[in-house]
Design a binder for this molecule. Sequence first.
Ligand code: ADP
Ligand code: MG
Ligand code: MG
Length: 905
Amino acid sequence: MSTKYVYTFGDGKAEGKADMRNLLGGKGANLAEMNLIGVPVPAGFTITTDVCTDYNKLGKDAVVAMIKDQVVAAVADTEKAMNAKFDAKDGFPLLLSVRSGARASMPGMMNTVLNLGMNDDTVKIVAEHSGNEKFAYDSYRRFIHMYGDVVMGVEAEEGKHNPFEVVLDEMKESKGYKVDTELTVEDLKALVEGYKAVIREHAGVDFPTNPWDQLWGAVCAVFDSWDTERAILYRRMEGIPDDWGTAVNVQAMVYGNMGETSATGVCFSRDAATGEDLFNGEYLINAQGEDVVAGVRTPLEITTIGSKRWAERNGTSEEDRKANFLSMEEAMPELYNELNTIQQKLEDHYTDMQDMEFTVQQGKLWMLQTRSGKRTGAAMVKMAVDMLEQGLIDENTAILRQEPNKLDELLHPVFDKAALEAATEISKGLPASPGAATGQIVFSAEDAEAWAAEGKKVVLVRRETSPEDLKGMYAAEGILTERGGMTSHAAVVARGMGKCCISSAAGVLVTGTSMTINGVEYKEGDFISLNGTTGKVYEGKVATITPSLDGDFGKVMDLAEKNSRMYVRTNADTPADAKAAREFGAKGIGLCRTEHMFFEGDKIWNMREMILAEDVEGRKAALAKLLPVQREDFSGILEAMDGFGVTIRLLDPPLHEFTPNDAESQAEMAEKLGIDVSVVKAKVDSLHEINPMLGHRGCRLGNTYPEITEMQARAIMEAACDLKAKGKDPKPEIMVPLIGTLKEFQIQEGIIRETAAAVFAEKGVEVDFMVGTMIEIPRAALTADQIAAHAEFFSFGTNDLTQMGFGYSRDDAAKFLPIYIEKGILKNDPFQVLDQEGIGQLVRMGCEKGKSARPNIKLGICGEHGGEPSSVEFCNSVGMDYVSCSPFRVPIARLAAAQANLKQN
Ligand code: ADP
Ligand code: MG
Ligand code: MG
């Protein structure tokens, strides 16, 4: 049997269905599914994503030949379903939309051609049959523009205006028109000729008049759009593989611009910004879909509630609202009811929030698209909890459907109430994507990127955004636009990125490199603040605070905990971090780096004295001064994590990191020690290493200077005993870093246990404690069974393990890693996403060997990977007891741990 390349849909029948999204793309699969469940969809067909893959391999001609027969047959089916004729000589012509549609939604990233099939003959038939000549010629000129742009590559040259828009603007200017709707039939006819001339001039060939030529051109253009720069960039950011390809959806056109009984809109079954269970959206009467998305005309609200809320935010009186801004519910009540029923049906069917596009053609409602909607982190959490409570989804779905990384948005600062009240409000727009943003104004995406690269925080201010602005939007703290509604490009993309955005800000006028708000000028580099939750814009910087985390967030965390096998610890070096992490649900510390404590205040001088000491005696004298300081530090941390395990790592970094390297500090050091500055300098020079990461560090320090280990063990045990005596429950776990051989560990363990016994005898108090090690040198993973016979726990230090396993210096990798990722040599940065295939084997082996020698060994991870969802899943699969990550990633790791557990059961 020959391969099926084309799947038709229409008239309540479809060859595809929802679960075929890999083959048909998300849009195609859902167009088919909507047909099957009785939702009105214009008929059409989907060319599969496999054809796109073939297209990239075999080229245009081979692929067109391959699918030609099936496409011709599918067009015939569409003609029948719509009772119209493609390439018609008489009767109402079938006009087509040709749309992309990948497996994962990539809004606005790829190409769409509308009104395909129009030419000098069909336009006359359309004019005659619709009884609306203006509509016919308007559609025709839009088609030539779109086709010229998308298929023939006629666009604005560097620094120039779009040539089609130049023709349009000239026409409007010569006639004194302000808006497109003032154009007359004769104007539109002239524009058609003008646009054709633009194509001839810029593309060097004529605009194709044969509908079949048009169709093949558009289909191939959609395939080509898979590999445009912006589509590739979007895939990088969203982690979408390049080899998925896009499907092509060819569908009968329906028209929202056929007069006052026609309309078009975009709607959501729940609020994508807040998660509120409220149907909402925007529409325009007598318009085509592009007008809503492009943000050219500001659309109206679909529901009356939404409309009233809009009026309130906007300061529009009810009288004015009723006169000029009627909701669809008020203006087209019957169609609204039908739409409302459909949105409910679609949400129930997909059991998720739906993002839908629709068009009303002369009183008849058609759905053009549905998909599970992008949402902010806050909305994601609220929807999951609401849908669970409403019985729409079960607990597993509520957990699995959330994107752990999106929780990040909820953990970020919000504006301080008092600071906000004191701030000067300068404008108010639509709360297009919530959050708080403060930064310096920039007016172009390029500047946003460049300034952000310099470490500046910027707010991108644009008249409206387009897919070209993506990188800049990504780099900005927030986005402010002069135009556009809640479903404009800026709004949709910002919500997807979890970025604060305000659109249609009142009084804002953006002109090139400056902006005025109600007459006041704001220049590049000026600070402004955006509250994306209320739509208010403020002058200058406004202070922020950390948000509270109860309510729905708490419920999600409870659900996660209930469904996890692993628990989550945090990497924290201070009592404040420990406390913050505990509030986020950390159950212990997986890595407390003692060296970080030495950098605070005067402690560094004692440390330097120790390092610069001539002999053991000198070192001991300096360590004696450090002891009480360390004890104090440990006491604070153990107390903050009372009742939970605290893994404290002994001194790890190479000593030169603590030494005074500049002349001034060396002189200061010499004075403190009463020695000559040349002696200090000589000692510092002697600590210099060619390759310090592989040098005198980790347990190599403790094994060459055992008195350091002894002092640290003493400080820990004294702090623990004192807390215990006060009725607390300290649980220290002392961790020896950078073990490569068993003996290295054993000597350190001996010192720790002896010291502990001495402290217990002195204090008359005993504390339970553990001694274990980090597995971060490949040799330790390979000999983990020997080590586990003595170590009570392992913590996988996957930063060093990755560094040493790959042989990539972490400090130098920035020179080549980005290029490696670009060239596809590596899929991800292995310091961010654990390399499961390679380094993961070392981890797995370490766990297995560890367990073979000590079945109840405690296993955890403390590298950066402990807060990265795919790595957390891996840790679960190799049987770790916990993952440990930075405080702000704790909630993300908790959700990821639950997902890992559910996926593996
Ligand atoms: P995207 O993936 O960027 O959302 P779409 O394929 O949805 O692009 O197409 C963009 C717009 O074109 C839609 O929002 C819709 O308004 C319009 N459109 C697409 N197909 C049709 C159609 N069959 N009839 C009328 N308008 C259409
Ligand atoms: Mg769409
Ligand atoms: Mg290390």
